[in-house]
Design a protein around this ligand. Structure first.
Ligand code: NAD
Length: 294
């Protein structure tokens, strides 16, 4: 088992660090929040006083932070010059592709190996150790990161060079945002036309309109397997986080000159929906804004 430095113990990082400790790793954990540090201690991690202390002597340094600026700052101030060149640096946060590539290049210039390894799965999967990791980096970086990621997830996939993990994440979530809106529309139209939503589910879930948004995460309460819709859209994947990912996708589309009209429309709709009180609701709650315009 290895010494792991874990920085960022929030909704996602807390469960991930706990799973590493459960697997027997010696997890030196840091967060700016005292509460998060206390939760990590209860979960079997060793809370430390700074990100530098977490990175020191670690075989793997894992970050799970809000955005690219946090990752850039933590790497610059607390990882570079501290972490051993034998360590692998694994950033699991969802950040912009450009920053992911920049920090990996800066790491390489210092003789360090870094990979981007964003996740799909959400808080429940982080707690259960069933995340999917999409990894961008060299083959050597991937091989060194994989055993740690295996201890926190159910699937670890090498996407390609540095940055491609983030690309996979934002493309996946752009698709998810667009299919969720389309699924909401289809259910509402079916209902307006006098078709029972359960009947539409029974038919479409085994027909060509089927998607994860329909069969694993149905936006209508009482239809399909249990989903946030059955709990008044509490929990799940917050609309504000979907908006964050769609903004990252739109930035990447603009930077690469890619036309993504469906993604753009989804981003516009979540910009509108994920404001104020509703930003904390699950992203499938966007069905409410479609119902309102009826
Ligand atoms: P969060 O806000 O709950 O946690 C982030 C943590 O980072 C906080 O505890 C904060 O105190 C800490 N932090 C911020 N700056 C720090 C610093 N300089 N040093 C140490 N700690 C610092 O966010 P989260 O929901 O855990 O999400 C983390 C990342 O995972 C984000 O990039 C998010 O987009 C991504 N993600 C989230 C979900 C989800 O369902 N929540 C799903 C997939 C991916």
């Amino acid at each position: 088992m290895a010494r792991v430095g874990f920085i960022g113990l929030g909704n996602m990082g807390g469960g991930m660090a706990a799973n590493l400790a459960k697997k027997g790793h010696d997890v030196h954990a840091f967060d700016l929040s005292e509460e998060a540090l206390e939760r990590a201690r209860k979960a079997g991690c060793l809370p430390v006083g700074s990100a530098r202390e977490a990175a020191d002597k670690a075989e793997a340094v894992i970050t799970m932070l809000p955005a690219g600026s946090h990752v850039e700052q933590v790497y610059k101030e607390s990882v570079f010059g501290i972490a051993d060149t034998a360590a692998v640096l694994i950033d699991c946060s969802t950040i912009d592709v450009e920053t992911a590539v920049q920090v990996a290049d800066a790491a390489a210039a210092k003789g360090l190996t870094a990979v981007d390894a964003p996740v799909s799965g959400g808080i429940a999967a982080a707690n259960a150790g069933t995340l999917t990791f999409m990894v961008g980096g060299t083959q050597d970086g991937f091989d060194r990161a994989k055993p740690f990621l295996d201890d926190m997830g159910k699937a670890v996939i090498h996407a390609g060079q540095n940055g491609t993990g983030q690309t996979a994440k934002i493309c996946n979530n752009m698709l998810l945002g667009a299919t969720m809106i389309a699924t909401c529309e289809a259910f509402l139209l079916a209902q307006k036309q006098g078709l029972d939503p359960q009947k539409f589910y029974d038919i479409s879930s085994v027909s060509s309109g089927q998607s994860w948004s329909m069969t694993s995460y149905c936006p209508l309460p009482g239809v399909g397997p249990e989903s946030p819709a059955d709990h008044d859209y509490a929990g799940g994947f917050a609309s504000a986080l979907m908006l964050k990912d769609l903004r990252l996708a739109m930035a990447a589309a603009e930077a690469s000159g890619t036309d993504t009209p469906m993604g753009k429309r989804a981003a516009e709709m979540y910009e509108h929906f994920a404001q104020g009180a509703e930003s904390g609701l699950d992203f499938s709650a966007i069905i409410r804004s479609l119902t309102k315009t009826e």
